[in-house]
Design a protein around this ligand. Structure first.
Ligand SMILES: *Cc1c(COP(=O)(O)O)cnc(C)c1O
Length: 834
């Protein structure tokens, strides 16, 4: 029999919604199928029927530019006027007391206020902002010529307000704070708006508040009429998912500080004299007419009508959304706070907010946290992000544009951060831990259409991958007895080069010896594809179809032949192995394949192929504007420079060519014995993968999938994109394979000449290993199983980097064909270096 309960355990969930959230999800958010989206603080999502209604409006009306008298123009003007009013009412802002200025986004609203303040008084203005501020508010300090202050705490703000009546009266003062922190969801005291004003009134009245409501409004209901901020900045996409538009809501009695703005443009003036006299008359009619420069984004404004309609129809009110989200945030907070490892240590550290999850006056639905193992070591945020991506979970990581909040949460002070910057830390990069401490957070944020299942999936993800139920097994790198491996016979099972970085493999045919150099196997990563807009090298992680671009080196004909696509509809292109078709471009490109971003400034010159045929070939196939480029010798230390050729490359070099080799009269690069020349900064010359390890991994995948009733399939060794795959020849019947023996190798000796290749670091993996190299399709394996079975210091590792030993290149000039490898060559591991 059910116990009578006073309060349902689901109190607040979907409360007031048109129907339960799962039904809303199914009809209105088809994009959310199969994915767990928990980044609503980045943007929430738009409903299908809103877009359909907007599309209906657009196709059934003729909207002209609002600055004219035609009927189409009048229609636009009338609609935007109506919607302006409707938006004010949405925030309970009386149009008698408030006006609304449409801008691009919340940042533009903030900047508009800052520009107006700068021009409002010849002395400029003074600016105070709360430490929880978004970068968009922090930036205002740069133009506050009367000084600025960052309030470290709420008490700082309170005591400043009580001092305000006695402060010397001077230029205008602007106080800015977020209604909700976008880092931790804390909702700040809105009473400050009225308090600042009444304190300022005792002192000449020159104090104003700028409320950044961008984060708050995505899940909160703001009553502007009763809070009464002077200026409120917001972005509509954060509330409705669409349109990409922002607003500045101005309290009319504070509007006079905005009047002196110097710039004018577009529709903001009644008359301008362009030549002769420098004279213009600003529009007198309304605040928004004087501040909206140029043509207002009228189509976006018109979309707001459908956005508000749909939101009200689905969710009833912002208050309902606030309650629903508070319920989910509390559930997530409670569940992750309760997770413990085998030794009772906590798995998740949730950063303190001063708010209370579940209480929507003090706390919004954003949860910043980090994960620790049972030894108390932090999980690197980019590793968590990679694994989450593979599981179709979308969260935000890093310092989330909230410098003050992040620094305080993580315990960094300004001096630390300056030091981090000087050592290379950049916003959005992969420096996850410095001195063992996290540089950013994992941020989960929920929205109107988040369901219980999303929360549970995220918690289950943490449980599955990060909760240690038993003490960790023996460290993977523990030294083993040499004799355990000594009698094993390894051989080269396959050899691959990847002539175009991140594209398909060229398998070296059996029976062919292939040259190996300090930089790696001949022709490996000699080319790459670059985006024509940014010049950044493309990678398979972003463009999985690159796996279907298969280059082949044909030394007899002196060409690189590239085929794209599946067998039935293949196209191909041939390119000379010489340099004649390229032009040198110098670009600052990001060669860091770990995290494609724009903040890595490696200056590198590339030889790009300028032929439209070449770029069309790759662009058409990938659907990205790109072209082929070749790495130069200077940066790569690969070839010293492109040869100056007379005649064709092929004729000139034919007689010197042995299979897999470079033309021998190319000038040799300058070598330093103790540095390994690298083609790309984060890559090592050769990647060695063990067949036995792949087999072991596949057994684990099968075992895992039985446990989870999943249909995970075994993976091919190709997903690891190794250059050399070594396998074991089992001598006696009953011999077992020795997976991960390579962890203990310090070198290998290959082939009849016992060519020495030093074994270096373990290769750190990302979700790219989940791309099937034959179909270009993504799945969850092997990354999910690797994360569980091959996690070394928080990093997922598989395979070993290697490089030709310096001793092998000492007599470089005299013995060119000494350094080759071939399928079937015996591989003898060296376990300890003497
Ligand atoms: C998102 C956000 C902003 C910036 O919004 P834009 O749309 O990028 O201009 C500013 N402040 C807070 C608190 C935010 O959450």
């Amino acid at each position: 029999m059910e116990q009578p309960s006073t309060k349902s355990p689901l109190a607040g969930y979907c409360q007031g919604y048109s129907t339960d959230v799962d039904t809303i999800r199914e009809t209105e958010y088809p994009l959310l199928k199969d994915t767990t989206y928990l980044d609503h603080a980045g943007t929430t999502l738009y409903a299908k029927s809103m877009i359909e209604e907007f599309s209906r409006q657009m196709t059934s009306n003729l909207f002209g530019n609002p600055h004219s008298m035609s009927s189409s123009s009048q229609l636009s003007t009338q609609r935007t006027d109506d919607i302006r009013l409707r938006v004010l009412q949405f925030f309970n802002a009386d149009p008698e007391e408030y006006d609304l200025v449409f801008v691009a986004n919340a940042t533009a609203a903030i900047k508009l206020v800052a520009d107006c303040f700068r021009d409002s008084d010849h002395r400029g203005f003074w600016y105070g902002y709360h430490a929880d501020a978004h970068t968009s508010l922090v930036g205002v300090r740069e133009i506050a010529s009367m000084g600025h202050r960052c309030f470290q705490s709420d008490t700082d703000v309170d005591s400043w307000i009580s001092d305000l009546p006695t402060l010397p009266t001077k230029a205008p003062r602007l106080i800015a704070f977020p209604a909700q922190s976008n880092l931790n969801g804390r909702r700040l005291p809105l009473r400050w708006c009225k308090e600042v004003r009444s304190a300022a009134e005792k002192n000449g009245g020159n104090g104003y508040t700028l409320l950044d409501a961008a984060s708050f409004l995505s899940t909160g209901s703001l009553d502007i009429g009763s809070v009464a901020p002077d200026f409120t900045a917001l972005s509509f996409y954060k509330i409705f998912g669409f349109p990409d538009l922002g607003a500045l809501i101005v309290r009319k009695s504070a509007a006079h500080v905005l009047e002196r703005r110097k710039y004018f443009g577009g529709g903001t003036v009644d008359m301008v004299i362009a030549a002769g006299v420098q004279w213009h008359a600003k529009k007198e009619s309304s605040i928004h007419e004087r501040l909206e420069d140029g043509t207002i984004p009228f189509h976006n404004i018109i979309a707001l009508d459908a956005a508000i309609d749909t939101h009200e129809r689905l969710y009833g009110s912002m208050a309902n959304i606030s309650t629903h989200c508070a319920f989910l945030a509390k559930r997530f907070f409670d569940r992750i706070s309760g997770l413990t490892h085998w030794n009772q240590t906590k798995v998740c550290h949730v950063y303190e907010t001063n708010g209370v999850y579940g209480c929507s006056t003090t706390q919004g639905p954003i949860i910043p946290f980090n994960i620790r193992n049972s030894l108390g070591e932090w999980a690197p945020k980019t590793e968590v992000e990679k694994l989450a991506t593979v599981q179709n979970i979308q969260i935000r990581t890093g310092s989330v544009c909230n410098p003050g909040g992040t620094a305080r949460a993580l315990g960094w002070v300004g001096q630390d951060l300056l030091l981090h910057y000087s050592t290379g830390l950049r916003c959005g990069d992969a420096h996850d831990l410095i001195g063992g401490k996290p540089t950013g957070v994992l941020r989960v944020s929920v929205g109107a259409m988040t369901s219980m299942k999303d929360i549970d999936s995220m918690v289950e993800f943490i449980e599955e991958f990060y909760v240690e139920k038993i003490p960790p097994v023996v460290a993977l790198t523990q030294p083993l007895e040499e004799t355990a491996f000594a009698e094993r016979h390894f051989y080269i099972e396959s050899l691959s080069v990847f002539p175009i970085k991140s594209c398909g493999a060229f398998k070296i045919p059996e029976g062919k010896r292939w040259e190996i150099r300090r930089e790696g196997l001949a022709w490996d990563r000699e080319w790459c594809l670059i985006h024509q807009g940014t010049n950044a090298a493309l990678n398979q992680k972003r463009y999985p179809r690159m796996a279907l671009i298969r280059p082949a080196i044909d030394l007899d004909r002196g060409i690189l032949r590239i085929s794209c696509g599946v067998l039935t509809e293949q196209v191909s292109l041939e390119i000379s192995l010489g340099w004649e078709d390229t032009t040198l471009i110098s670009t600052s490109t990001c060669t860091n394949t770990k995290r494609p971003s724009t903040v890595c400034g490696d200056q590198i010159s590339l030889h790009a192929y300028s032929s439209p045929v070449v770029s069309a070939f790759f662009s058409d196939f990938l659907g990205v504007p790109c072209t082929l480029a070749r790495f130069p010798s200077q940066t790569a230390s690969r070839f010293s420079r492109p040869p100056r050729l007379s005649g064709t490359w092929k004729n000139r070099f034919r007689k010197f060519i042995m299979p897999g080799s470079f033309p021998s009269d190319l000038p040799h690069p300058v070598r330093e014995t103790n540095t390994i020349p690298l083609l790309l900064s984060n890559e090592m010359p050769i990647l060695v993968v063990s067949r036995s390890s792949v087999n072991r991994l596949n057994e684990s995948i099968k075992a895992n999938s039985r446990q989870c009733n999943g249909g995970s399939k075994a993976v091919a060794a190709d997903v690891f994109r190794g250059n050399i795959v070594v396998a074991e020849r089992l001598v006696k019947l009953g011999d077992a394979e020795q997976p991960y023996a390579e962890d203990h190798w310090s070198a290998i000796r290959i082939g009849p000449t016992q060519l020495r290749v030093d074994v270096l670091d373990a290769c750190q993996r990302c979700q790219m290993v989940c791309i099937d190299q034959f179909t270009g399709l993504r799945s969850q394996e092997p990354f999910s199983t690797l994360a569980k079975t091959r996690n070394i210091n928080g990093k997922v590792c598989f395979g070993k980097y290697a490089a030709l030993a310096p001793v092998e290149t000492a007599g470089f000039e005299s013995q060119p064909d000494h350094r080759t490898v071939m399928i079937g060559d015996v591989v003898m591991p060296v376990y300890h270096d003497d």
